[in-house]
Design a protein. Structure first.
Length: 336
């Protein structure tokens, strides 16, 4: 799978490193001082991920737990994200990772205990009665490689002992084998990002088909895990309303919509850098034919009335399917 595995010297002999290396194939192993000395140092085109992928293993340094941007999650609660990987095995055409790192190579961090220490500090700083949320998967997919990375039980153990905090695992994956081995916790939510089948086929390259994702959602729900839903990014299409009604009908067969912990809705948007990459990487993509504008903040998206129409229409559809009004939240942006 990987051309080279670069491993930081300090963790070369750790049990966790060995376990990961045993589960993957690579042509050559190279010992390095620090990931940042090599990863992204020479710009590597994003689409080389198709043929020429390296893996980096190391310790995450710097700020391990960060405050999440506005509108990241349920209103009124503090939201944080933590990072235990960079980059993703999938290839969604709108993915913001295209413009983020200088390389599509995968990076896996293994110092989960240090990340959890920081999470614990944030929990201890939180006022009584307030629920802090911690989101995994900001720069990667939370489940796609979980059978290799093996961190899920570590996070479940921690959150079992910290019931006042919540963990969200965001995914487009159907790799639920490791998750299903774990006893469900009320404060751990696996949230699936879904789009109508046509959009998945067109834009979410290399991700599992809708049918398989729905089966995974059903299995996770039936095992007793909490399930959330992200309808994000929403990409407008001619038959928009029908497509989403069909999607909700199918989803309702996998999990009753009212049982979803939350539904988050967000319309497709790009930074200037990412949009530039989309044009370069996918010049024939129907995404580029969309009616986008550039806002004052430099973000590229649909015009404001269209965004609001889409979000409100989709909220209406979710409510029609039995979603609780308080559990549907909209990723609203106030810029033009
Ligand atoms: S699943 Fe998420 S992180 Fe992976 S390519 Fe798609 S948008 Fe990017």
């Amino acid at each position: 799978m990987f051309k080279k595995a670069f491993v930081e010297k300090d963790i070369l002999n750790s049990k966790r490193t060995k376990s990961i290396l045993e589960k993957i194939s690579y042509k050559k192993l190279e010992e390095i001082e620090r990931i940042e000395d090599v990863f992204g140092r020479v710009k590597k085109p994003y689409l080389q991920k198709r043929t020429d992928l390296n893996l980096f293993l190391g310790r995450k340094k710097g700020e391990l737990v960060k405050i999440a941007p506005e509108a990241y999650g349920t209103k009124g609660d503090p939201h944080y994200y933590f990072v235990h990987a960079y980059n993703c095995i999938y290839e969604c055409q709108y993915c913001y990772l295209q413009g983020y790192f200088h390389s599509p190579d995968l990076v896996i961090f293994i110092n989960h205990e240090e990340i959890l220490q920081e999470i614990e500090k944030k929990i201890n700083e939180t006022e009584e009665g307030v629920t802090p949320w911690f989101h995994a998967g900001e720069y990667s997919d939370s489940l796609a490689l979980s059978h290799i990375t093996g961190e899920l039980p570590i996070y479940f153990d921690f959150f079992k002992d910290h019931p006042k905090a919540k963990l969200e695992l965001r995914t487009k994956s159907t790799n639920i084998r490791e998750l299903l081995k774990l006893s469900p916790l009320d404060n751990v939510v696996t949230s699936f990002s879904l789009s109508p089948n046509k959009s998945i086929k067109e834009f979410d390259l290399k991700t599992p088909p809708l049918k398989v994702r729905l089966k995974a959602i059903q299995a996770v729900y039936e095992k007793g895990h909490r399930v959330g839903l992200h309808l994000d990014p929403i990409i407008f299409e001619e038959d928009f309303e029908n497509s989403y009604r069909n999607l909700m009908t199918l989803l309702n067969e996998a999990i009753p919509i009212e049982k979803l912990e939350y539904i988050s809705l967000g319309v497709v948007r790009f930074s200037k850098a990412v949009f530039h990459q989309v044009k370069k990487n996918y010049p024939d993509s129907p995404l580029l034919a969309e009616d986008f504008i550039k806002g004052n903040d430099g973000k590229i998206r649909y015009k404001r009335p269209m965004r609001y129409w889409i979000l409100n229409k989709l909220k209406e559809i979710c409510l029609d399917f039995g979603a609780n009004q308080n559990k549907v939240y909209l990723c609203m942006e106030d810029e033009d």
